[in-house]
Design a protein. Structure first.
Ligand code: PGA
Length: 256
């Protein structure tokens, strides 16, 4: 099966809505239609930029998709500081990152909460980007496989086969995020194959074939091609390198 490449820029807590306009315009100027034929390109800015970028993307007919970095699982209610899937859909958000290791480590995001967010994102018609990954000590004690499959199984519990095919999975080793130390393409490719097999075991072979699996963790213009050459890696979740339009464009155009 042909899985379209997917490159997601996760801006984390960076850039105001004014800066977001300039960065998005500059990125767009550096890309051409062939880039978007090859890859879906998603910008996942802070919540405060979503409305602004929705307007910019619509007005200038930019082929970017919008992503959100977080969501609450309830539709509405007394949840101070939270944002619901329904609110994101109204802003044309297509993808929502869930289970990022920064949220797991700093905001107590356990597998059960990841699962609830995945369900609410899917119910609203958006695509969850489920992040899994091991810490350095888990890797050193040989627990990588167990950790990532447990996280993925937890996130995909009680979904239909179609829903399991519709998620995006991002393998992000915690020790590689924001450190400049990336996984080798071989290691990342093996873990992504394991994740695909896990989706196939839960949702059937078609779901395993269809699901898009990304690598994330210090992706940059110099290492992206190695990851993309791996059969089971369909794209990248890019943090630091997505903040600069020249660098992010070079990541997206790695094949040039
Ligand atoms: P990084 O972040 O590219 O800065 O390592 C990746 C991520 O956290 O998604």
């Amino acid at each position: 099966m042909d899985r379209k490449s997917l490159i997601i820029g996760n801006w984390k807590m960076n850039l105001t809505h004014l800066e977001a306009i300039a960065v998005t315009q500059r990125l767009w100027y550096r890309l051409n239609p062939a880039d978007f034929d090859r890859a879906d390109v998603v910008i996942a800015p802070p919540f405060t930029c979503l409305r602004t970028l929705q307007t910019l993307i619509l007005a200038d007919r930019m082929p970017f998709a919008l992503g959100a970095q977080h969501v609450h699982w309830e539709q509405d209610g007394a949840f101070t500081g939270e944002v619901s899937a329904g609110m994101l859909v109204k802003l044309d958000v297509g993808y929502v990152i869930v289970g990022h290791s920064e949220r797991r480590a700093m905001f107590g995001e356990a597998d059960e909460l990841v699962r609830k967010r995945v369900r609410s994102v899917l119910s609203a018609g958006m695509t969850p980007v489920v992040c899994v990954g091991e810490t350095v000590s888990q890797r050193e004690s040989g627990e990588t496989e167990m950790v990532v499959t447990t996280q993925l199984r937890g996130a995909l519990r009680r979904l239909t086969a179609q829903q399991r095919a519709d998620v995006v999975v991002a393998y992000e080793p915690v020790w590689a995020i924001g450190t400049g130390r990336h996984a080798s393409a071989d290691d990342a490719g093996e873990v992504c194959e394991l994740l695909r097999n896990t989706v196939a075991a839960m949702g059937g072979p078609d779901a395993g074939e269809a699901v898009r699996i990304l690598y994330g963790g210090s992706v940059n213009p110099g290492n992206i091609a190695g990851f993309m050459a791996k059969t089971h890696i369909d794209g990248a979740l890019v943090g630091g390198a997505s903040l600069d339009p020249d660098t992010f464009a070079a990541v997206i155009r790695y094949w040039m």
